[in-house]
Design a protein around this ligand. Structure first.
Ligand code: ADP
Ligand code: ASP
Ligand code: MG
Length: 477
């Protein structure tokens, strides 16, 4: 692999679904990118599908797979209308004409595909990826067309020519050397010619050119892969809140903006449910120490959150509280073997076989409890486990995770955490795996109350060096 030289002038700017949700949002996005260019920077723009489109495409694919052609095509028809309306508000004349032709071409292909799925009556992961890819393929075309004006000089790039992955449909693994080579071939010459490259996030293709996706929320990952491969000066994640907040503002409206947070803290938060950032986003950036910023496209003057290699010292033990729902606790009791040598391996081998990631583990002499994302393979997993132990599982659980590098220096933290939630039934507790988080499992319906109560306990007198105490901006959706 060639090692890209740092290119401080390149800034990868990723705009999420709400930042391209309609013509007004795309105009705001255009102004934000134009401002970067006017400061001599070279933006590469990565866009998500317009808000809610990925969910709708998945619903269309699902309906087609169940032979419900009518529902499936009706969704596609509504999507065509929404995208054409947006296009007509953004560009005019010949440009609109060629954009409309391109959009019809994409939607005709989408409808043909949905009819094909309905005819076969089966939706494979590979075909599902192809259906959802239309969201980013189409949004990126519309944004690139709006960017065709002189101040932006936009150029559309089909992300599938650059983001090369393996063939794990639904959660493809990127091939970083191939991505670096493709970006060098297709994107760098566009920058050199003064263009703003615009590509869809989330989508890629395998070595045979078959469409893949990086998993839900994967546009952040695309931005980080592009930024990492080209050794950009910064990666900016533009979304609909003022940055990484002390909690999800949809749960805690008075959440505060965290001004700076370490890579490790941000990764931990993302992994444990803070939707604002895809968990893998941080990795390509950490490897090359590229700063990542989380910014609000509805409030671009705000400084957002800066993710840095080293955490700022803070008098508060935690930076933020995340919560992840739809988890299942599995209790495995080794009645016959009393945790004999090799028992843990046998248990983990079953999860490995089903490629099922585990969030939290706790063990005693004879039992193991662990938590996994609820998924349709659970019955099969438990069936197999029951050959070596007694197994019970219970869904509708949630994990609450408090993250901060300053946990280390604080005594009596666990006491404060658990007295804040003394009325909640705690099923499992974990601290110490990473030294920067404290997590516990509770019933799903207790999450909102537990998070609010913890927020009041830990963020009522915030440290102004790390948190924006001036004002809190609630999520606007
Ligand atoms: P985008 O479409 O821009 O990728 P997402 O919906 O994926 O946006 O992520 C932004 C959302 O993440 C916010 O609207 C907010 O509700 C949610 N969120 C969850 N936890 C946090 C947090 N700690 N800080 C900020 N936002 C959070
Ligand atoms: N559109 C994709 C999703 O909704 C990817 C993304 O927006 O990051 O999951
Ligand atoms: Mg997202």
């Amino acid at each position: 692999m060639t090692l890209a030289q740092p290119r401080p002038q390149i800034v990868v700017m990723k705009f999420g679904g709400t930042s391209v949700e309609d013509a007004a949002a795309i105009e705001r996005t255009a102004a934000i990118v134009a401002a970067r260019r006017s400061h001599g920077l070279q933006p590469i723009v990565v866009v998500s599908a317009m808000a809610r489109v990925t969910d709708q495409l998945l619903a269309a694919a699902g309906a087609a797979g169940e032979d419900d052609r009518k529902t499936s095509i009706a969704i596609a028809v509504r999507l065509r209308e929404r995208h054409l309306n947006t296009a007509a508000q953004l560009v005019h004349g010949d440009l609109l004409e060629s954009l409309v032709t391109a959009l019809h071409h994409e939607f005709d292909a989408l409808e043909d595909l949905l009819r094909g799925i309905a005819a076969v009556g089966e939706l494979t992961p590979r075909t599902s990826d192809l259906v959802v890819s239309f969201g980013e393929r189409i949004s990126s075309r519309i944004v690139a067309a709006r960017f065709a004006r002189a101040d932006l000089n936009g150029a559309h790039v089909d992300a599938r020519t650059c983001v090369i992955t393996d063939s794990t449909y639904g959660k493809a693994v990127p091939d970083q050397p191939a991505i670096e080579a493709a970006l060098t071939e297709y994107v760098l010459p566009l920058l050199a010619a003064g263009h703003t490259p615009v590509l869809g996030g989330f989508i890629g293709s395998n070595a045979q050119g078959i469409t893949t996706t990086l998993g839900r929320g994967g546009s952040d990952y695309t931005a980080a892969l592009v930024g990492g491969a080209l050794h950009a000066g910064a990666i900016e994640i533009w979304t609909d809140v003022d940055g990484i907040m002390t909690s999800d503002p949809r749960i805690v409206p008075e959440a505060l903006r965290v001004k700076t947070i370490s890579f490790e803290e941000a990764a931990e938060l993302a992994y444990f449910g803070a939707k604002v950032l895809h968990p893998a986003t941080i990795l390509p950036a950490v490897q090359k120490s590229i700063p990542v910023l989380v910014l609000n496209s509805r409030n671009p003057a705000n400084e957002g959150t800066r993710i840095t290699a080293v955490a700022a010292r803070c008098s508060s033990p935690f930076k933020s509280i995340a919560a992840k729902k739809r988890l299942t606790i599995i209790d495995i009791v080794a009645s016959r073997m009393l945790m004999a040598h090799g028992f843990l391996k046998a248990v983990f081998d079953v999860f490995d076989k089903y490629k099922c990631p585990i969030d939290m583990v706790s063990t005693s002499e004879v039992s193991i409890s662990l938590t996994v994302d609820s998924n349709e393979q659970l019955p099969a997993i438990c069936d197999e486990l029951s050959r070596i132990a007694d197994v019970k599982y219970e869904g509708r659980k949630a994990l609450v995770c408090l993250v901060g590098e300053d946990i280390r220096g604080h005594n009596g933290i666990a006491g404060r955490v658990f007295s804040a939630i003394s009325h909640v039934n705690v099923r499992m507790i974990s601290q110490g795996a990473s030294e920067i988080n404290m997590s516990f499992m509770i019933d799903e319906e207790d999450v909102e109350e537990a998070v609010r109560s913890l927020h009041t306990t830990f963020f009522t007198n915030p440290d102004a060096t790390v948190f924006d105490t001036a004002a809190s901006v609630a999520a606007s959706k």
